[in-house]
Ligand binder design. Structure first.
Ligand code: FAD
Ligand code: DLZ
Ligand code: SF4
Length: 512
């Protein structure tokens, strides 16, 4: 009797819990490229190519380690189209005593897997995902009895628990958080190191052809595929980040620029989230760089905060709040996604650039996701389910555990303030300060009203007016609401008229 061990597309780690006690002589690892996972949202073509190629390389590695792998590729004649059907099919022909799987990163799949034992009449052991630095139970314990679930306090406890950037009981440097030192825009003459690139090998080229054939109607470009697809390559990406970009990561973390999609970011989320890198090794490398005086504290702390703080926190929040979290819509936002989210045709240069970067690379860095695309989604009142669907499919690092809290909580304030203490709403001035987008724009960021005015300007005030009953008493919005009370009725009317005209154009599918 065999044990069947299932490895999912984002479980590409040799020391994952489901493989830990493997018997190489009798056990079988099943991996499958299935239609259901590739199309439950219509993932970006590059995301599918990346994952299928990384899965195939991982299977080869397991094989060379002496493990029996049954790999069902997308065109395999016995491909059953879904993970459950694939397992059922296998169990019908083989003598399987039990199935072992590490819990998946998405609620819908965990919910499904929890029925497998009864449906198959075979033992199904669901193991904790050991690749994170905290468990859902840790988060629930931390959250219990708290009025507010702020990331900052979770992060401090994680620093203490894992002894990262600590000086005894105190944070190194005396402060927990150097966020205020992470907000510079890019100087004109700065040199940005090129991102680490890998030319596709024969296996990746095959996968690219497969994606072109079967997923031609999915969003995104397949041109210029250069992702790492093995652990060795992912480690090269990490090393290059530490050596070439970490030192300036802190200063320019919030900066944006035309035709510069990669900047000083690490570009490792794809690899962390599918298992080619672990968060602990990434954090250790950053801490080492600080200890060796290779990078300043604002950079290292800023980076570690993202991985040890935000990444663990959003996962904890996801499992703590699901399934209700997916239905949240505190601001009752109902507008459909504008066409330009799909075809990138807009005269707003900031959005055009961020959406084109997304289309081309299946990547946009954090501030593009948050303060341009996300900010627009918030101000325009786009419906949370449509926005979540979009973010989940366009980025190669997107899985619901990390995407949903960032969208529903961080950008849309649809959870009513569980994740963020106030909405991240901003007028065009913020984008102007942090980028050169406005210099190349059809609209004028200095103009507040009229046909040439930057839409973010009137949409910002219209958002505050529209949502005054829900947001007017938020202490962190005291300043803008005070400004609003001083605004004349005529000025408020102009804002609302401009916003209405803008929304009418969106509704009529006219270019804005
Ligand atoms: P860096 O800027 O170099 O940051 C280092 C690492 O920190 C990242 O690789 C990531 O693992 C982690 N990190 C940073 N910010 C966050 C965050 N807010 N939440 C969780 N982890 C974080 N990240 C995803 O991995 N998958 C997503 O689907 C995703 N969707 C997002 C949607 C929105 C609306 C927003 C605002 C953010 C989203 N993020 C998501 C977080 C963040 O934008 C990406 O992790 C980051 O841009 C990835 O690029 P990088 O590896 O170069 O990151
Ligand atoms: C994202 C993805 C895609 C595109 N394809 C597959 C696949 O064919 N087979 C597979 O095992 N996993 C795939 N994945 C990743 C899963 O969707 C992911 O494991 C779940 O969403 C849980 O996080
Ligand atoms: Fe974006 Fe407004 Fe600047 Fe144009 S002017 S790039 S719309 S912020």
């Amino acid at each position: 009797m065999k044990t069947l061990r299932l490895i999912l597309g984002d479980q590409l780690s040799t020391d994952i819990s489901s493989l830990q006690d493997i018997d190489k002589h009798s056990d079988i690892v099943l991996m499958a490229e299935v239609r259901e996972e590739a199309t439950y949202v219509k993932h970006h073509k590059k995301k599918i190519a990346f994952l299928f190629s990384a899965m195939r390389h991982f299977a080869k590695q397991l094989n060379s380690d002496g493990i029996n792998v049954l790999y069902i590729d997308y065109e395999h004649p016995e491909n059953q189209g879904s993970l459950f059907e694939q397992i059922k099919y296998f169990c019908q022909s083989e003598n399987v005593a039990r199935i072992v799987v590490t819990k998946p990163g998405e609620y819908r799949l965990l919910d499904d897997m929890q029925q497998w034992q009864a449906r198959l009449n075979i033992d199904v052991e669901l193991r904790e995902d050991n690749r994170f630095l905290s468990t859902p139970e840790d988060f629930a314990l931390w959250a219990k009895g708290r009025k507010q679930l702020r990331m900052e306090y979770f992060y401090r406890e994680m620093r203490q628990r894992w002894h990262i950037l600590m000086d005894g009981k105190d944070p190194v440097g005396g402060k927990w958080n150097y966020d205020a030192a992470n907000r510079q825009s890019l100087p004109d003459n700065i040199t940005i190191p090129s991102p680490t690139r890998f030319d596709p090998d024969a296996l990746t080229k095959n996968v690219i052809t497969l994606v072109e054939t079967h997923f031609s109607d999915h969003f995104g470009s397949l041109q210029d595929f250069h992702f790492a697809v093995t652990r060795k390559q992912a480690l090269t990406v990490l090393a290059a980040f530490i050596d070439e970009r970490l030192a300036q990561f802190g200063d320019y973390q919030d900066a944006m620029a035309n035709n510069k999609p990669w900047l000083f970011h690490s570009h490792i989320s794809f690899y962390l989230n599918c298992g080619l890198l672990t968060p602990k090794e990434v954090i250790n490398k950053a801490q080492e760089a600080y200890d060796n005086h290779q990078a300043p504290l604002n950079a290292v702390e800023g980076f570690i905060r993202q991985v040890l703080g935000w990444r663990e926190y959003v996962r904890g929040l996801y499992w703590y709040k699901m399934p209700e979290y997916k239905t949240q819509n505190y601001l009752n936002a109902t507008r459909s996604l504008p066409d330009f989210f799909w075809d990138t045709n807009t005269k707003m240069q900031c959005l055009k650039q961020c959406l084109s970067d997304t289309y081309n690379n299946a990547y946009a860095h954090h501030i593009q996701r948050l303060m341009v695309i996300g900010n627009f989604a918030l101000l325009a009142g786009l419906a949370p389910d449509e926005v979540n669907n979009w973010y989940l499919l366009v980025y190669a690092d997107a899985y619901e555990w990390v995407e949903l809290p960032n969208v529903t909580g961080m950008i849309l304030f649809a959870d009513g303030g569980v994740l963020a203490s106030k909405p991240y709403a901003a007028s065009g001035n913020y984008i102007h300060k942090m980028s050169d987008y406005c210099q190349h724009c059809h609209y004028n960021v200095k103009e507040k009203n009229g046909s040439q005015a930057c839409p973010f300007n009137y949409l910002y005030w219209d958002f505050l007016i529209r949502n005054q009953d829900k947001l007017g008493r938020n202490p962190r919005l005291g300043m803008p609401y005070k400004t609003l009370t001083k605004m004349t009725a005529d000025k408020q009317r102009l804002i609302q008229e401009d916003a209405e005209a803008f929304f009418t154009k969106l509704h009529n599918h006219e270019e804005v």
